[in-house]
Design a protein around this ligand. Structure first.
Ligand SMILES: C/C(=C\C(=O)SCCNC(=O)CCNC(=O)[C@H](O)C(C)(C)COP(=O)(O)OP(=O)(O)OC[C@H]1O[C@@H](n2cnc3c(N)ncnc32)[C@H](O)[C@@H]1OP(=O)(O)O)C(=O)O
Length: 285
């Protein structure tokens, strides 16, 4: 195990800088995808939390895409040999909102590469730290975990069961992850991974029962539920993808208020299993 990570030691500490003018165009398209007609998205408006994912898009030329649709490994990301890439989770801290229509910079740094043994086989986790700057100050810090898996047996189609009753201090929404939503999210994030839009590829090559819901889309939907229902600035947010969600049946997102500063969020698969869990620290009142 440690030998494999040693092979990639030279990737740790690699950096990549991306500039973006944060034009309102992407935010307006994201609002359309989210049926958000309320949020002010003019030049100078605060970008809602997590909407920075609609900016700083990958710029790999078409000729340098791998068969799965991601940029070929061995550039910024290490050449891990396991073929199944997934977004495993992220932890972030919001210091200041990014402002629409003003230049911003993202600095990415490979922080860690670690091999683990999981129920699904060997997992290689690559942790990437992203720091977002505007007006010379650090606005958002985010550490993402990308996991690469070995090929494994095909996953079964999820069963549809009843979701558990909601606790009193919780609110929820049912999400229908149809291909139109997945396509728009892939387009907004310029993510060409075929598991999100190419059903034969997702089923026959990567062994999923349907199109896979992007982890960041589920995280955005959780954050939007919080933004609508709790409507307080977020200071910290972390989430972990525990099981994939598919376009085959609706899933439920739930936000539970724990106390004045903390909420927990989760996405529940059609069979009731927690597919993503998240926690939020709100800014002090
Ligand atoms: C965008 C984008 C891609 C996507 O959006 S892909 C779709 C979104 N992502 C998912 O659906 C991932 C859902 N999660 C899973 O399928 C499984 O959790 C996963 C990652 C396959 C691992 O399952 P296992 O059953 O094999 O793992 P274990 O539970 O046995 O755990 C083994 C060790 O790994 C650690 N671990 C597990 N899951 C995570 C996680 N999400 N984040 C961080 N660490 C994780 C676990 O703690 C165990 O560690 P120990 O130190 O205790 O051994 C795009 O590509 O851009």
């Amino acid at each position: 195990m440690s030998e494999v990570t040693a092979d990639y030691a030279e990737w740790i500490g690699r950096q990549e800088t991306t500039d973006d003018d944060l034009s309102p165009t992407a935010a307006l398209a994201a609002a359309a995808m989210l049926d958000d007609t309320q949020t002010a998205l003019e030049a100078g408006s605060a970008l809602p939390p997590l909407w920075h994912w609609f900016y700083f898009l990958p710029r790999a030329p078409q000729a340098l895409l791998d068969v799965d649709g991601h940029p070929q490994r061995g550039g910024f990301m290490p050449p891990i040999p396991y073929p199944r890439r997934m977004f495993a989770g992220a932890r972030m801290r919001f210091h200041h909102p990014l402002r629409i229509g003003q230049p911003a910079r993202r600095v990415a740094l490979i922080r860690d590469i670690r091999l683990k043994s999981g129920r699904s086989g060997t997992l290689a986790f690559v942790s990437v730290l992203y720091c977002y700057y505007q007006d010379g100050r650090l606005c958002v810090e985010e550490e993402q975990d990308i996991v690469y898996r070995e090929p494994g047996p095909a996953l079964a189609c999820p069963r549809v069961l009843d979701w558990p009753p909601l606790p009193a201090n919780a609110c929820a929404r049912i999400v229908t992850p149809d291909p139109r939503l997945l396509f728009r999210f892939s387009a907004l994030t310029f993510n060409a991974h075929r598991i999100h839009y190419d059903r034969p590829y997702a089923i026959e090559e990567e062994g999923y029962p349907g199109l896979v819901v992007h982890g960041p889309l589920t995280a955005v939907l959780l954050m939007e539920l919080l933004r609508r229902e709790v409507a307080r600035p977020v200071q910290e947010f972390s989430f972990r993808g525990l099981a994939p969600l598919f376009d085959l049946a609706p899933f439920r997102i739930v936000c539970t208020t724990l106390n004045e500063r903390q909420c927990s969020l989760e996405a529940q698969a059609p069979d009731g299993v927690t597919a993503m869990s998240a926690s939020v620290e709100l800014a002090p009142l």
